[in-house]
Every structure is written in structure tokens, then in C-alpha cells.
Design a protein around this ligand. Structure first.
Ligand code: NAD
Length: 499
């Protein structure tokens, strides 16, 4: 395999130096290869060429990382006050902001993202999440409780770090989804072992360098690279891990939960989605159309909250589809490192094959391909933004998560809002939804009846460190972000004294 030609497009010396260096995992105070000596190839999705090699960690490496993390949990880290931890997290966030151009390039080349989006969203939201959680570090409080038992008691609760946390992350937003787990872990005094996706491990290894540089004690932030079925499974099973924070597919999430239950680990699962977008006849289409297009085509649809099921009132159905098609036509598909690119490649040849397979299934089942439906070029993993119209609830393209730039559209008539909500809820997933209307009452009625962890009105894809994020139904267990995350990374202790 030749080394990727995308390297010549990098503008920061830091990204070039980092990507071409010999990569090591971070375990305790060491930068180390895998015990087995094996490595994994990391591919550039824009060219299909070799980008880097990282250690192929497995059970033996996970075991070392768990011991290093446990030592750190019981070492100086546990003596630091919340305020001290918060200051360190702030220093980390500021350093990410200083290195934003470099980190954005690493994320863009590894995941196939437009570099401008990577800087604004991947680095920006990550840094904001660390800033936000830094504030929580000094506010992890219990409460005093008025007990109902007659007598004289002093009763109070405390919140303690849950302990050693395995953080298993997918390939679509490595920096952001690590921040969702690492920031509250650090704020609450936990220690972390991060297992990035095998396809996109680079920014996480750079993150570990930055954590070392700003002064997190060794063993607080560990990174084990490796295959999911090896390193990931070993983390989920390891009795020394107290909690697994997992983001990924629903199928793997269920496997992780089954393994974790053996030692009754705490578990949060952020899983797949098939998010509906409901457009009522009075929606402001000048805003809705670009919003709907970006809801599905942003990051090539490889977003857990992608607006992949579109329900439009029949009176505006054709206008909305034509509008989204026109928006898709404006997308500049190309290598994410080119400044003008607004749509990059899919992450791998396998993912491209999967997504194209779904388009074919949709076609065969009777959906109309309004635009797209083909791959682009022979280099890298590019495909056209695609709209499938007149899809029906029984089609696999509507029921299953495609995780690609494929919109499934259907219309509804003059039925009441409960019927519209029922169509939106006809899914095993419940991660997010958007409602497009100027009717305040209809918007909030629908928001109440749609089963989803996040509901957005007249927008899609709103993420904020203060807003809890997670799924109903098979989209997950628990919530990340906001105060909910602090709860998810702490154990509550009830203390009662007889006075
Ligand atoms: P995936 O489930 O294949 O992999 C996710 C992570 O789990 C990777 O690090 C992988 O190496 C690891 N893994 C794989 N097999 C494992 C095993 N047996 N035991 C332990 N770990 C294992 O998911 P993916 O393809 O990387 O990501 C896409 C999926 O992630 C989509 O379904 C998407 O909806 C979901 N996702 C959800 C959210 C959310 O917040 N709800 C966010 C982003 C992505």
C-alpha cells in the first residue's frame, strides 16, 4: 500500500508531523506498542491509501491499561480537589483551542470530513464540552435529606467517582464522542481508558499527548487502540472496569451490555438512530429546505442523529423534495482537506458497499430514486447525495439505519397530529427528531408525542454541552452531556448518623 497523497494537502506542520510519526498507545506513564507486537493499518477514506499504522491492542494491553488506571485512581488524582481538576480540564480545553487547526486536519484526513466543519464542530464542540464540564468539577455535591423515620438523624448523600471507565467510541466523531465521555469522567474524578474506533484512532492518540502535556497524572487518560472484537470486547468484559460508556451501533451495544452485566458494571449506551423530520404545511420552506438537506447530508449522513426519514405534508411534498435536491446539487464533493469541499467520502469501502446495498434494496422495494444513488470516481469512497421518494414503512431503507447520505421521503395527508406522530414513532429507534412549522401549538404537541431523546423545532442537529443527549427505545441507555453526565459518572452514597 502506498502512503496517502492527501498528506500533501495538509497545511499545519503539526498534523503532518503527528500523522507520519510512529504511533504508540498511552498506558499509564508509557507510550507503548501492543504486547503482541501487531499493528493495524489506518486508511485515508479520500484515497483508499495507507495513512498510518497503530498498535493492535488486545486483552493483554487492556489488562495493563486497567491496572494503570486503577493505580491512578488510587494515587494523587484522588487527592486533587474538584477545583484543581477543573483547572486542569480548562487548561486541556484551551490547548485544544490553540491546536484547533492541527486537530481539525487530523480529524479531517482520518474520518474524511471537510476540514472547516472539523474545526468548527469536532474541535469546537469538544473544547466547549471540556470547558463546560470543568465548571462542574467543583460542584459535584450531595444533599442533606429529611428522613421519614422518627428519631434524631443526620442524613446526607455524597457523590463519588464511579471509578475506572472504559470509553468505546465510533468512527464518525472521534473527538466529540470522546469529549462526551472523557470530560465528565475527569470532572467527577474518574479515570479513563479510551478505545477509539479502529478506522479513526489518530485524533484520540493526539488527545492523549495533549493530556500528558497539560499535566494530567499518568494513568488518568489511557488510550488502547485495537479492533472492537479484541480490545473493545476485552474492556467490556474486564472485571477491573467499573463502567462502560459506549457509543456505536445498536448491535454492538447489546453485545457490550451483555458482557458488562457479568460484573454488573455501570453502562451508558449511545446507539443508532433513524430520526424523523416532520414538515407541516405552514413551514417556512426558505429555512426548512436547507435545514432538511443538511440534516441528512452533513458528514455524508454518517451521523447518529441524521434526519433520515422525511415526512412532508402532501401539499408541499414536491416542492420540498425539489428544494432538497437543489441543495444537494450545491454540495462540493471531494477530499475534506480541500477548503471548498462540503461533502467528503464515506469512511471505508465496506461502509460504501453497505450504503449502496441499501440504495439497491430501496430501488427493488419500489422507492423512486429522485437524485443520486451512485458512487463517484474510482479513488476513495465517495457517493452521491441520494433521495429515495415514496418510501413505505415496511422497507428496509426506512426501518434500518443506513448511516450514509440517503434520505427516505414520504408524504402525509390531512390526518391529525397524533397520526403524524405515530408515523414518526414507527421505528425501533428514538434518538432525535425535528419538526418544521410556524404553528407553535402543533410544534409543541408533536414535541410531546414524539419518542426521541432530542427534539428540535425548525432546526436539526443542535448539540450543546448543557443539553442531555441520548436515546429512547433501542437508541440507548442513559444520557451524556449536561448534569445528567455528572450523575452517570458518579455513585451516590447515603450516609445516616444517629444523633
Ligand atoms: P460499531 O458499533 O461498529 O463500533 C463502535 C465502537 O465499538 C468501535 O470502537 C468498535 O471498535 C467497538 N466495537 C466493535 N465491536 C465490539 C465488541 N464486540 N465489543 C466491544 N467493542 C466493540 O459502530 P461504528 O460503525 O463505529 O459507528 C456507527 C454507529 O454508531 C451507528 O450505529 C451510529 O448511529 C452510532 N452512533 C451513535 C451515536 C449516539 O450518540 N447515539 C453517536 C455516533 C454514532
Amino acid at each position: 500500500m502506498t502512503l496517502t497523497s492527501s498528506l500533501s494537502l495538509l497545511k499545519t506542520e503539526g498534523a503532518r508531523r503527528f500523522i507520519t510519526q510512529r504511533h504508540r498507545m498511552r498506558i499509564g506513564a508509557e507510550w507503548t506498542g501492543a504486547v503482541s507486537g501487531k499493528s493495524l493499518d489506518v486508511t485515508d477514506p479520500a484515497t483508499g491509501q495507507l495513512l498510518a499504522r497503530v498498535p493492535a491492542g488486545d486483552e493483554a494491553d487492556v489488562d495493563r491499561a486497567v491496572r494503570a488506571a486503577r493505580d491512578a485512581l488510587e494515587g494523587p488524582w484522588s487527592k486533587m480537589t474538584g477545583l484543581e481538576r477543573g483547572k486542569l480540564i480548562t487548561r486541556f480545553a484551551l490547548r485544544l483551542e490553540e491546536l484547533a487547526d492541527e486537530l481539525a486536519e487530523i480529524e479531517a484526513i482520518d474520518c474524511g470530513k471537510p476540514v472547516g466543519y472539523a474545526k468548527q464542530i469536532d474541535v469546537g464542540l469538544s473544547a466547549n464540552t471540556y470547558h463546560y464540564m470543568a465548571g462542574w468539577a467543583s460542584k459535584v455535591n450531595g444533599e442533606t435529606v429529611n428522613v421519614s423515620t422518627p428519631g434524631d438523624f443526620l442524613a446526607y448523600t455524597t457523590r463519588e467517582p464511579v471509578g475506572v471507565v472504559a470509553q468505546i467510541v465510533p468512527w464518525n466523531f472521534p473527538l466529540v464522542l470522546t469529549a462526551y465521555k472523557l470530560a465528565p469522567a475527569l470532572a467527577t474524578g474518574c479515570v479513563a481508558i479510551i478505545k477509539p474506533a479502529e478506522m479513526t484512532p489518530l485524533s484520540t492518540l493526539r488527545l492523549a499527548q495533549i493530556a500528558e502535556e497539560v499535566g494530567f497524572p499518568p494513568g488518568v487518560v489511557n488510550v488502547v487502540t485495537g479492533l472492537g472484537a479484541k480490545a473493545g470486547a476485552a474492556l467490556a468484559e474486564h472485571p477491573g472496569v467499573d463502567k462502560v460508556a459506549f457509543t456505536g451501533s445498536t448491535g454492538v451495544g447489546k453485545m457490550v451490555a451483555r458482557s458488562a452485566i457479568e460484573s454488573v458494571k455501570r453502562i451508558t449506551l449511545e446507539l443508532g438512530g433513524k430520526s424523523p423530520m416532520v414538515v407541516l404545511p405552514d413551514a417556512d420552506l426558505s429555512k426548512a429546505i436547507p435545514g432538511l438537506a443538511s440534516a441528512i447530508f452533513f458528514h455524508q449522513g454518517q451521523v447518529c442523529t441524521a434526519g433520515s426519514r422525511l415526512f412532508v405534508h402532501k401539499s408541499i411534498y414536491n416542492e420540498v423534495l425539489d428544494g432538497i435536491a437543489a441543495e444537494a446539487g450545491k454540495l462540493k464533493v471531494g477530499n475534506g482537506l480541500n477548503a471548498e469541499t462540503t461533502m467528503g467520502p464515506l469512511v471505508s469501502s465496506l461502509q460504501l458497499e453497505r450504503v449502496m446495498g441499501y440504495v439497491e434494496q430501496g430501488r427493488k422495494a419500489g422507492a423512486d430514486v429522485v437524485i443520486g444513488g451512485s458512487t463517484i470516481g474510482s479513488e476513495g469512497y465517495f457517493m452521491q447525495p441520494t433521495i429515495l421518494a415514496n418510501t413505505t414503512p415496511d422497507m428496509s431503507v426506512v426501518r434500518e439505519e443506513i448511516f450514509g447520505p440517503v434520505l427516505c421521503a414520504a408524504s402525509f395527508g390531512d390526518e391529525d397530529l397524533d397520526r403524524v406522530a405515530a408515523q414518526a414513532n414507527d421505528s425501533s429507534f428514538g434518538l432525535s427528531a425535528s419538526i418544521w412549522t410556524n404553528n407553535l401549538s402543533a410544534a409543541h404537541k408533536l414535541a410531546k408525542s414524539i419518542q426521541a431523546g432530542s427534539v428540535w423545532i425548525n432546526m436539526h442537529h443542535f448539540f450543546d454541552p448543557g443539553m442531555p443527549f441520548g436515546g429512547y427505545k433501542q437508541s440507548g441507555w442513559g444520557r451524556e452531556q449536561g448534569e445528567e453526565a455528572i450523575r452517570a459518572f458518579t455513585e451516590v452514597k447515603s450516609v445516616v448518623a444517629a444523633l
